[in-house]
Design a protein around this ligand. Structure first.
Ligand code: NI
Length: 178
């Protein structure tokens, strides 16, 4: 089922999300929620979706990049379900790149993100995940885990002049990228 995506202003997007109780993970309802979030992410061509974006203040996010219709050059990211993620930064060097968000439609902004992270979480089967993410993969994880803290990419932008509506961004902001 495709879920309704909350837009900026809805309280769950600005609230710290609660950890998911471990004994809930394998329930039919929770597994269905994960499936619905994956379906919703695909429907709207997102590369990630966090539970607060579907009105639920819980620490759950999904991400995947595979044959993206708008961004065919993006490096692929396998479908990943992150429950109660904990992120530590390995490389504090930052990389600037453009981001958008399904909860902030039609805008793109330039956002610095840390280059390399270690990610610990629980997967949809209840087993622990522990991996290193770099570059674009690390960017998507920072964007999604920010949602679990009630933060959005706008909060990370040092220069709001590098924010624009999609059509104007394509004409005027994107070409200036070095
Ligand atoms: Ni987002």
């Amino acid at each position: 089922m495709i879920l309704k995506v909350a837009r900026l202003g809805f309280p769950s997007l600005r609230t710290g999300a609660q950890p998911v109780p471990i004994d809930q993970i394998k329930t039919r309802d929770f597994q269905r929620l994960i499936d619905d979030m994956v379906e919703t992410m695909h429907e709207y061509h997102g590369v990630g979706l966090a539970a607060p974006q579907v009105h639920l203040p819980i620490q759950l996010a999904v991400l995947e990049v595979r044959n993206h219709p708008r961004y065919p050059d993006l490096p692929p990211i396998p479908l990943t379900v992150l429950i109660n993620p904990e992120v530590t930064v390995i490389d504090r060097a930052t990389i600037d790149d453009w981001e958008g968000c399904l909860s902030i439609p039609d805008l793109r902004g330039m956002v610095p993100r840390f280059k390399e992270l270690r990610v610990k979480a629980i997967g949809r089967d209840g087993a622990p995940l522990d991996f290193v993410a770099r570059d674009f993969h690390a960017r998507v994880i920072q964007h999604e885990t920010d949602h679990l803290k009630g933060e959005v990419y706008l909060d990370r932008m040092p220069d709001l002049r590098r924010l624009g509506f999609l059509d104007e961004w394509q004409r005027f902001l994107l070409p200036k990228q070095e």
